[in-house]
Design a protein around this ligand. Structure first.
Ligand SMILES: Cc1cc2nc3c(=O)[nH]c(=O)nc-3n(C[C@H](O)[C@H](O)[C@H](O)COP(=O)(O)O)c2cc1C
Length: 183
C-alpha cells in the first residue's frame, strides 16, 4: 500500500501547477519528516544551478535542540522554527550572486517538499551575529535564510483539485500588469 505522497509523486504533478499552487505553511503538525523525503528536499537544493556552477552555498540541518532554540531566537518568527519538523539554514559564501543562488536552492527545496505534501516557510534573520555563533559558520559566510519544513497542521488542498488558472486567480499577489511590463 503506497502512501498518499508516493501516489501523488507517481501521478506526477505538472510543474507549472506545482509552482502556482505552492503557498507558505503557517502552522505545522507534530509529525516527523521521513528520512527519504528529507533527503529529496536537500538533494533538490543541492542540485539547483548557481553562478558559474560555484555552488557557494551549503545547507546546515539543525538537529540539536539547544541550537534549534538559539536559531529560533535569531529569526523574526521564532515559533515557525520551534513548531517545525526540519530546520535548514542556507549558508552562502563570500562570492556572489549569493542571494540569487540561495533563492534558487531554497525554492527548489520548498517545491520538492510540497511534492511530498510537506509545507515550508523561509525565515528572515533578525540577529545575524548571534546566528553565526549558534551555527558556527565562518566570518566570510552568512545565512541567507532559515527554511522550516513540516506537514501542515490543517490538511492542504490537493494541488490537482483545481486547475492552474484557478490557483493563479486565487493567489494573493500584485496584478500581472503591475509586475510584468514591456518596453
Ligand atoms: C512565520 C513566517 C515568517 C516568514 N518570514 C519570511 C522572511 O523572513 N522572508 C521572506 O522572504 N518570506 C518570509 N515569509 C514568507 C512570506 O510571508 C510569504 O512568501 C508571502 O507572504 C507569500 O505567502 P503565500 O505564498 O502563502 O501567499 C514568512 C512567512 C511566515 C509564515
Amino acid at each position: 500500500m503506497r502512501s498518499a505522497s508516493a501516489r501523488r509523486s507517481l501521478r506526477g504533478v505538472d510543474v507549472y501547477l506545482a509552482v502556482v499552487s505552492k503557498r507558505e505553511v503557517r502552522d505545522y503538525a507534530p509529525r516527523a519528516i521521513e528520512p527519504a523525503a528529507e533527503r529529496r528536499i536537500l538533494e533538490a537544493g543541492r542540485l539547483a544551478g548557481s553562478s558559474k556552477n560555484r555552488q557557494a552555498r551549503r545547507f546546515v540541518v539543525v538537529r540539536d535542540e539547544s541550537v534549534r532554540e538559539a536559531v529560533a531566537s535569531c529569526v523574526y518568527a521564532a515559533d515557525n522554527v520551534r513548531g517545525s519538523a526540519l530546520v535548514v539554514a542556507i549558508v552562502v559564501g563570500p562570492k556572489g550572486p549569493t542571494a540569487f543562488d540561495a533563492g534558487r536552492a531554497a525554492q527548489n527545496m520548498m517545491l520538492a517538499a510540497s511534492n511530498d505534501g510537506i509545507g515550508s516557510c523561509p525565515n528572515g534573520i533578525a540577529e545575524a551575529a548571534r546566528l553565526r555563533e549558534a551555527l558556527e559558520h565562518g566570518e566570510d559566510e552568512q545565512v541567507a535564510t532559515v527554511l522550516t519544513f513540516g506537514y501542515p497542521s490543517k490538511p492542504r488542498r490537493d494541488p490537482q483539485s483545481l486547475p492552474a488558472e484557478e490557483w493563479v486567480r486565487r493567489a494573493n499577489r500584485r496584478p500581472y500588469e503591475e509586475i510584468v511590463t514591456e518596453i
